[in-house]
Design a protein around this ligand. Structure first.
Ligand code: RI2
Length: 313
């Protein structure tokens, strides 16, 4: 699929999950590079830039999309002719996809060490990074019990139940509003992230901050599983993370509420660092307060996930 099709699928949530939208976007740019005919380097650059803009405009919140797309353009300003640029784009896209998959595996191994035999785990939405931890703990023979929130309005919790079911992990579904009620029975909260800010705040599926607040109140540790390309260089330069608001039809069906009723549908929220015990990255398990260091080390100039435009737009 080219950039236009992938962007449409991302907008419609047919492709979803912070890492997956980044991988599919990198793949789309590779496809665009393969399909370009012509010898004009500047024309090729404009063509790729158009693809990049289309992809970046598909969803605003997850910085993984930005980092994934930008990493495809790493060192491309040095290319002197079309074939060289094409090779670079393909290599960068392949590298990003491979490294992003490896990162999930490593996070699974690191995170599983924090899960004890007999733990009852609460997860929210459908994060492949969070599930990697849970699945690895299960594979290591730990007897765990998992609870998954429904995650309205898209109900990604049902995907979580299926993903864990395939691994032989029975999971109990709860409605989102049952999280605080359940918390006294929970030993660990394991969630993913769409964006980790330089101050350690984590932007993730709407409702994450309420769950983290309840966990904090009940002294239950909150573990966030996030590849380093979900850390935001741009927040280091003061940029705020835009919280996506989606259509009201995702919350209520037409005719369910009187005409003119306002419906707000923010799909992400920010959890402050004081409610997070650890962020599990492929570069190590860190305190949320070390987010800045991850950004400097893992996303700076010359790093794999870093982009040549690390300072943002
Ligand atoms: P992985 C998802 O966003 C959820 O917020 C999830 O926690 C996050 O991406 C990370 O998912 P959405 O696309 O990258 O469902 O860990 O809105 O799979």
């Amino acid at each position: 699929m080219g950039a236009e099709d992938v962007a449409t699928a991302i907008r419609r949530m047919e492709i979803r999950g912070a890492a997956e939208i980044a991988r599919k976007s990198a793949e789309a740019l590779k496809q665009e590079a393969l399909e370009f005919h012509g010898n004009d380097l500047n024309e090729f650059r404009r063509y790729l830039d158009a693809g990049r803009e289309t992809l970046l405009s598909s969803r605003p919140t997850a910085v993984s999309l930005w980092n994934g797309v930008q990493s495809v353009f790493k060192n491309t300003s040095e290319a002197k002719e079309v074939e060289e640029l094409r090779r670079l784009v393909i290599k960068n896209a392949d590298d990003f996809i491979l490294r992003s998959k490896e990162a999930v595996e490593i996070i699974g191994r690191f995170g599983a060490r924090r899960i004890r035999d007999g733990d009852k785990i609460l997860t929210h939405c459908n994060s492949k990074a969070a599930l990697a931890v849970i699945i690895q703990a299960h594979k290591e023979g730990k007897h765990i019990e998992v609870f998954a929130t429904e995650s309205r309005p898209w109900r990604q919790g049902l995907l979580t139940i299926k993903d864990l079911g395939k691994e032989g992990i029975g999971t109990t579904l709860i409605v989102d509003s049952a999280a605080r009620w359940l918390m006294k029975r929970i030993d660990a909260v394991v969630v993913g992230a769409d964006t980790v800010c330089s101050n350690g705040a984590v932007v993730n599926k709407i409702g994450t901050s309420q769950i983290a607040l309840s966990a904090h109140e009940a002294r239950v540790p909150v573990m966030v599983c996030a590849e380093t390309f979900k850390f935001s260089t741009r927040t280091m330069y003061g940029e705020l993370v835009e919280i996506e608001e989606r259509e009201s039809e995702e919350v209520v069906r037409p005719g369910e509420v009187p005409p003119g009723t306002k419906v707000l549908n923010p799909v992400f929220d920010a959890t402050p660092p004081e409610y997070i015990d650890a962020i599990i990255t492929e570069a190590g398990v860190i305190s949320p307060y070390a987010a800045y260091e991850i950004i400097v080390k893992e996303l700076g100039q010359g790093s794999l996930f870093g982009s040549q435009e690390g300072k943002g737009r």
